[in-house]
Ligand binder design. Structure first.
Ligand code: NDP
Length: 335
């Protein structure tokens, strides 16, 4: 059961002592090595006090970056409502210490203007997000997925527009491949609003960025923030002894299906867990350090369901380096 949170929040004074902050591409902005995403466990269906406790603890541990999207919930929009409430109650006085992002791209409302990449959709969606969170501006506004039908010039010029309107300080793209990233970066550069970052999936179990996106981002001066670095919990000790009833794999309507917890998966996960223990880390910490090992990496964007998970993940920064032997052992475990 969740403990009630204290009504008055004063952040830890030592909150900047341990976290690492990395520059996003060739920008002026640094992000924490570990960022917190509000895709799951912050919706209207979740317990506000638990969501609130996780955000507070994250900020206490130097996690300055909170990632949202118009559609996070469920129901869609409710994660932004929840975060708005936490801001009002706890973090209002610390707005200038926070990097808050939101996105538009996936389905949000009916009709032709409620998804994809038109100027009409992006501008309206950001206005809705600002209202839900009670903010005048977000720090980063993302286009959530590449739209094959809308001219990229229109989508990028909508991003440029929100910066000029003062509704976002920086803009980014999400789920764009190497070629799309290069093109988006070029257009944004010409518009005078550089592309800050690309938010993409990456983990030991999902390595699509390795062949060309890492290099493309670095060459374009675009940062990379990696979502689902724990493969939604599969790169943690969560499933080593069965599927807990409160886990993502056990919950209906999530993208992590129980069927993925196979014997073959468990064999790999146990090997990885043993390597992590030899490094003096939890498997979650090793998985996060592993995505952060590239020069193009800006931040590992985690999700959490408990305060303990926030603490475990934040402590990753105590050991980010790998020996060649450890990297080889990980490759062998994954093979
Ligand atoms: P993760 O891979 O970090 O998975 C999070 C889950 O892992 C948690 O819910 C929890 O599972 C488990 N977990 C986390 N920490 C620990 C720990 N220390 N020990 C054991 N288990 C742990 O990321 P998500 O898939 O949640 O994605 C993170 C964020 O990325 C999202 O909130 C969102 O902001 C962003 N995102 C962006 C997308 C995009 O298209 N741009 C798409 C998807 C995500 P459990 O709940 O079972 O406890």
């Amino acid at each position: 059961m969740t403990q009630p949170v204290h009504p008055h929040y004063l952040p830890a004074e030592d909150r900047y002592h341990n976290m690492a902050y990395l520059r996003s591409g060739r920008s002026g902005l640094k992000l924490p090595a570990i960022s917190l995403g509000l895709w799951h466990n912050f919706g209207g269906v979740d317990t506000l006090e638990n969501s609130r406790a996780m955000v507070r603890r994250a900020f206490d541990l130097g996690i300055t970056h909170f990632d949202l999207a118009n559609n996070y919930g469920p129901p869609p929009g409710s994660a932004e409502d929840t975060f708005g409430e936490i801001l009002r109650k706890d973090l209002h006085a610390f707005r200038d210490e926070l990097i808050i992002s939101t996105k538009a791209g996936y389905y949000m409302w009916p009709g032709p203007y409620g998804e994809w990449g038109s100027r009409k959709y992006l501008i309206s969606s950001l206005d809705q997000s600002l209202k839900r969170m009670g903010l005048e501006y977000v720090d980063i506004f993302y286009h959530h997925r590449y739209d094959p039908e809308t001219p990229l010039e229109e989508t990028m010029s909508a991003l440029d527009q929100v910066v000029r309107q003062g509704k976002a300080l920086y803009v980014g793209i999400s789920n764009y491949n190497a070629e799309q990233t290069r093109e988006a970066a070029r257009i944004l550069r010409e518009l005078g609003t550089p592309c800050l970052i690309n938010q993409v999936s990456y983990s030991m179990l999902n390595r699509w960025v390795e062949p060309d996106l890492l290099d493309a981002a670095e060459q374009e001066g675009v940062g990379l923030i990696f979502f689902s670095p724990l493969a939604q919990g599969m790169l943690t000790d969560r499933y080593l002894h069965g599927v807990p009833e409160d886990s993502r794999a056990a919950k209906p309507g999530t993208f992590l299906k129980r069927e993925r917890i196979t014997e073959e998966y468990l064999t790999r996960a146990r090997k990885l867990n043993a390597i992590a223990l030899m490094r003096g880390q939890t498997l979650a910490q090793m998985a996060l350090a592993w995505v952060m090992r590239h020069s193009a990496s800006t931040s590992a964007l985690i999700g959490t369901s408990t305060v303990q998970q926030v603490e475990d993940c934040a402590a990753t920064v105590q050991q980010l380096n790998f020996s060649a032997e450890e990297l080889a052992a990980i490759e062998a475990a994954l093979a």
